[in-house]
Design a protein around this ligand. Structure first.
Ligand SMILES: Nc1ccccc1-c1cnco1
Length: 243
C-alpha cells in the first residue's frame, strides 16, 4: 500500500531532499507519495502574513490560526472518502519524545501530515481543532531548540519511512539495526573494515580470529562499555523488545 506524506511549512523547499536517494527510490517505486505545501498559499492579505504578536504579551510572534485551518482543510478535502483519520504530526519542543517506538507506530499509517511551525509556535486553537479531525501527535526530537519544525520533520520522516516494508532494500539490516538503535536497546559496538592497518592503527585482533563466539562476546562487551559510559539510562531496561 502506498504511504502518503504531506508537509505544510513556510519553507516547503526544506523537503526537496526527500526526493533524493532512499526516499526518492521509494517514491519512484510508487511506495510513497510526498508533497510539500507552502502555508503562505493559504493567506489572502497583501503581505501574506502568517504570524502576529502574542496575546498576553511576551517576545516573538505566534503563527496565526487561519492559514493553518485552510491548509489542513485542503488536505482533508483531497482525501478519498470514506477515509480513516489521517495522522497529523506537529514537531514541537513541548511534544512527547519521538522514539524508534513512535517511528514504528507511525510507519503503519496510510497518510501522515506534518505541520511545521516556526516562530514561538502555532496558535493553540489549531491543535485543539486538529485534534477533532486528525490523529494528533505532538512530538519532540530532543531537548534542544530549533528555529522551526522542518528539520525535525525531515528526521522523523526518514526514521518512519525506512521502516515501511519495501522501502529499504535489505530488511535484515533493519532487524539488527532496529534492535540496537531503538532507545531501549544497547548502543552499537565499534565497526571496522579493510585495510587491517591504517595510519599505524590496527583492527582488534579478535575480529580477525574467525572465532565467532569470541567476536560476539567482544561486541557485547563493547556495547555494554559504551552504553554505560554514554547512556547509563539505557542499561538494564526491562522492555518488551529486549527480553
Ligand atoms: N525547537 C523546535 C521549534 C519548532 C518546532 C520544533 C522544535 C523541536 C522539535 N524537537 C525539538 O525541537
Amino acid at each position: 500500500s502506498v504511504m502518503r506524506i504531506d508537509t505544510i511549512s513556510i519553507f516547503p523547499e526544506y523537503f526537496a531532499p526527500l526526493h533524493l536517494s532512499l526516499i526518492g527510490k521509494a517514491i519512484d517505486h510508487g511506495l510513497l507519495e510526498v508533497s510539500s505545501h507552502d502555508l503562505r498559499e493559504f493567506t489572502h492579505d497583501r503581505h501574506r502574513s502568517v504570524d502576529d504578536t502574542p496575546y498576553g504579551g511576551g517576545a516573538g510572534m505566534v503563527m496565526k490560526p487561519e492559514p493553518w485551518g485552510e491548509a489542513l482543510d485542503s488536505i482533508l478535502e483531497q482525501l478519498p472518502s470514506p477515509r480513516r483519520r489521517p495522522v497529523l504530526v506537529v514537531p514541537t519542543p513541548s511534544g512527547r519524545p519521538f522514539t524508534q517506538h513512535a517511528a514504528a507506530e507511525l510507519a503503519g499509517a496510510e497518510h501522515l501530515v506534518f505541520a511545521c511551525g516556526r516562530y514561538e509556535g502555532i496558535d493553540h486553537r489549531v491543535l485543539d481543532w486538529a485534534d477533532e479531525h486528525f490523529e494528533l501527535h505532538e512530538l519532540s526530537l530532543g531537548d534542544y531548540v530549533l528555529n522551526g519544525g522542518e528539520v525535525a520533520a525531515l528526521a522523523m520522516i526518514e526514521a518512519i519511512v525506512r521502516l515501511v516494508p519495501g522501502v529499504i532494500g535489505n530488511p535484515d539490516s533493519l532487524v539488527e539495526e532496529s534492535y540496537s538503535a531503538s532507545t531501549r536497546g544497547m548502543l552499537e559496538y565499534p565497526v571496522y573494515t579493510k585495510p587491517s592497518q591504517w595510519r599505524g592503527l590496527e583492527v582488534p585482533g579478535v575480529l580477525l580470529s574467525g572465532d565467532h563466539g569470541a567476536v560476539d562476546a567482544w561486541r557485547a562487551l563493547r556495547s555494554r562499555e559504551i552504553t554505560a559510559a554514554r547512556r547509563p539510562d539505557l542499561l538494564d531496561q526491562e522492555s518488551p523488545d529486549r527480553p
